[in-house]
Design a protein around this ligand. Structure first.
Ligand code: SF4
Length: 407
């Protein structure tokens, strides 16, 4: 374990408008945003000032090996603002040679000049939120971009990647959006493959409270692919990506060799990370700290930190282990799974307790091992792909039940 986290997440909450499935901490600014001057610039400047205050408030700054600028829509910002942010880290924390610096970009919010500006600012990995290449699906999901915007953005990213100007890029899709049946999903995957993105994130649609989709669902007006179709979509994803050379290294993430997201692996593997910005969650020493999701409260929180000379990183400066159930849950998301012996050892249980807890866990998992959703190799347990990865919830529910019972 590093003494200080080497990864930082930065939340840029601005979006043009809210997509119908999104419940993130975002500030919709409308269509006419001019972040340096003009419409929306005051709101953006003010937020950045608070964000910088928070970034500087950490007392024990040490060099970073991954930075992830996410949102919201960070590509709403001008390249000069992204440079200002990266320079702030450079000058105050230091950035390791070869660090991975990712930025999320939205197809309708940047042009090719902006892309070169972001690269000059120090970004070397992009994550492009395509979600679908089908205009009807995009429109039904409240996305602002069109297929043409997504295709253009993919070509620009492919070009800068092929010419060695960036280390990697990721294309994000959402599976099982309204109107996305087998045929439409197949088209989306085929289109995606034409750009050979080195990394792909494919999320299954979740209907979250407070979203337009939730309202439509409550009114019985949300038409999603049926279970059978959703299953066929998953099978197709598995087949196409596998035959195209992608490895599923995490439940929702696929990559070509050498292109795993180093930053995301920090979250899944239990290493600590800083985070900055409204609604974001940091975990420098194991315990999690979530900032207020609403702008006014976030700004008050930053002011308090600042005025009282507090340092959010010092709240938990004794390393607190993540609970075992969370470690198992996060570990099982990864292709390599978990070494149960190693995780149990960290609990410092005496031998008798160690063994009895292990036997109880195994009893709950027996049927998943038999049905080959879960695979065991010695002390290592991992989900089978695609069956186990698709049905991971059942295995996790059984594990959480076990955890409740033994505590
Ligand atoms: S662009 Fe992304 S963050 Fe913004 S509203 Fe849409 S899904 Fe949410």
């Amino acid at each position: 374990m590093n003494k200080y986290p080497k990864s930082a997440y930065v939340h840029i909450p601005f979006c043009h408008r809210r997509c119908f499935y999104c419940d993130f901490a975002v500030i919709p600014l409308g269509n006419k945003v001019e972040t340096l001057q003009g419409y929306g610039s005051k709101t953006v400047r003010e937020y950045l000032n608070f964000l910088y205050k928070e970034i500087l408030s950490i007392k024990h700054k040490s060099p970073l090996s991954t930075i992830y600028v996410g949102g919201g829509t960070p590509s709403i910002l001008d390249p000069k603002q992204i440079k200002e942010l990266i320079d702030l880290f450079k000058e105050n924390y230091g950035i390791d040679y070869g660090a991975e610096i990712t930025m999320e970009v939205d197809p309708a919010s940047f042009n090719q000049d902006d892309l070169y500006g972001f690269i000059n600012a120090g970004i070397n990995r992009f994550s492009l939120g395509v979600q679908s290449f089908n205009n009807q699906i995009l429109q039904k999901s409240g996305r602002r971009h069109l297929r043409e915007d997504a295709e253009k953005a993919c070509l620009w990213l492919k070009k800068v990647y092929d010419s060695g100007q960036i280390k990697s890029w990721s294309l994000d899709l959402i599976q099982n959006l309204p109107l996305s049946g087998f045929k439409e999903w197949h088209e989306d995957l085929k289109k995606t493959m034409t750009f050979s993105p080195p990394h792909l994130s494919i999320y299954d649609l979740n209907i979250e409270n407070g979203t337009v989709f939730k309202k439509l669902e409550n009114l019985g007006k949300l038409k999603l692919p049926c279970d059978e179709e959703a299953f066929m979509n998953s099978e197709l994803t598995h087949l196409i990506l596998k035959t195209s050379g992608y490895s599923r290294y995490e439940i929702s993430n696929y990559c070509l060799p050498g292109h795993q997201s180093r930053h995301n692996r920090v979250y899944w593997s239990g290493l600590g990370w800083w985070s900055f910005g409204q609604g974001s969650t940091s975990s420098p020493w194991g315990e999690k700290l979530t900032r207020p999701r609403v702008s006014k409260e976030y700004k008050e929180w930053v002011n308090r930190q600042y005025e009282l000379n507090l340092d959010s990183s010092l709240i938990n400066n004794d390393f607190v282990y993540k609970e075992l159930d969370e470690k198992i849950m996060l570990g099982l998301r990864l292709k390599e799974g978990i070494d149960i012996n190693e995780l149990f050892k960290e609990q410092n249980w005496e031998i008798k307790k160690f063994e009895s807890n292990f036997i109880k866990l195994l009893k709950g998992w027996e049927r998943f091992l038999q049905s080959e959703l879960l695979v065991r190799r010695g002390n290592r347990f991992f989900l089978s792909d695609p069956k186990g990865m698709e049905l991971s919830n059942q295995i996790l529910i059984s594990m959480f039940k076990w955890w409740d019972e033994i505590n």
